[in-house]
Write a new protein. Structure first.
Length: 345
């Protein structure tokens, strides 16, 4: 099934209040995590969405009773449901997009081990409306790990900036105590809402040369969007939980008290990253337009007041340095208390 190339006006068309969204999930051998995601979709406050599940599991997800029940609930709520089987992991997100009904322009790409907050869909669509004069290709949400507390913005680090040639998921891997829209150059594919016309214009998701891990596929698309004159933003108001499945999918993870560690073979990651850097080098040589990152409070945008702030102000950097200095002064006392407490035990 070919994807229609929509007219040029769609590049800036804001979504309507009842905009139909295509929700696409690529899944492999994670039925329990997929069930959690489907449950969070059922509870979305934005009710207009249609589901596509691209299944590469050894046993079809439709053989799991819980998944069957949840899909029946989704159909019963008048959401479209398409489940397709796939054997080529390198084309899974392209196939997802192609399976979305042709009239749908806005597509949510979400990993099968993510748990979305009820307002996620509504919040990830909001920047498209509030920045209606921008050529926004995609809006990303924030996906903290389980148990993480909201952070104030001043703790954000310079290296958290997702750049074209240095993509990082650090910014999107936290949740924040302020609702802001942040300009970025690269988005994390674990949960992003994109314009299908922009994805088609940039060449689609499937690029020859990447491994089955497609480790840099989302970074590659972000770079091509930027080169085509589109913009990318993250909204801190759209939050989900990255549950990090230990198995299934394309990567294996060891979960422990000290965090999650990827234990998959690294050769594919390295090869994908090398190819990505070569492709980005070509784009940079052509002179991609880049500018300083800015952020906007959602409340200001809602009032029609465009009041951008730098990604990090001098005051933020000063507060962070002061905090580090205080921590360094108190660390010996903390270590002494821990030593005494340990001896008492």
């Amino acid at each position: 099934m070919s994807v229609p190339v929509l007219d040029a006006a769609t590049a800036v068309r804001p979504p309507g209040v009842d905009e139909m969204v295509g929700v696409t999930i690529a899944t492999k051998n994670r039925p329990a995590y997929l069930a959690a995601l489907l449950g969070s979709l059922i509870n979305q406050t934005h009710r207009q969405w249609s589901l596509v599940v691209n299944d590469q599991s050894d046993e079809p997800v439709t053989t799991h009773p819980t998944i069957v029940d949840l899909l029946d609930v989704i159909r019963g709520a008048d959401h479209g449901v398409t489940v397709c089987r796939s054997t080529d992991p390198r084309r899974r997100y392209q196939q997802c997009m192609e399976a979305v009904p042709g009239a749908i322009e806005f597509v949510l790409r979400v990993d099968d081990d993510v748990l979305l907050q009820p307002d996620f869909l509504g919040e990830v669509l909001r920047p498209f409306r509030l920045l209606g004069d921008r050529r926004l290709a995609a809006v990303g949400g924030c996906l903290p790990g389980t148990g993480m507390r909201p952070l104030p913005w001043h703790v954000v680090q310079d290296e958290w900036m997702p750049c074209l040639d240095r993509p990082t998921w650090k910014l999107q891997g936290h949740r924040y105590s302020t609702a802001e829209v942040v300009e970025v150059e690269s988005l994390w594919g674990a949960a992003m809402c994109y314009r299908r016309s922009a994805a088609v214009a940039a060449g689609g998701w499937a690029i020859d040369g990447y491994s089955e891990q497609i480790f840099r596929e989302d970074s590659d698309m972000s770079a091509r969007w930027l080169a085509a004159g589109y913009q990318l933003v993250v909204t801190t108001a759209a939050c989900g939980w990255h549950l990090v499945a230990p198995g299934g999918g394309s990567r294996a993870v060891r979960k422990g008290p000290d965090g999650n560690v990827i234990v998959s073979h690294r050769a594919s990651f390295a090869a994908d990253d090398q190819l990505f850097q070569q492709r980005v080098g070509t784009l940079l040589a052509r002179g991609v337009s880049r500018s300083a990152f800015r952020r906007y409070r959602l409340a200001d945008l809602e009032r029609g007041t465009v009041a951008p702030a730098p990604f990090l102000t001098a005051a933020h950097r000063l507060r962070r340095r002061a905090g580090r200095a205080v921590y360094a002064l108190l660390r010996p006392l903390r270590d002494a208390v821990r030593y005494v407490a340990g001896g008492a035990q």
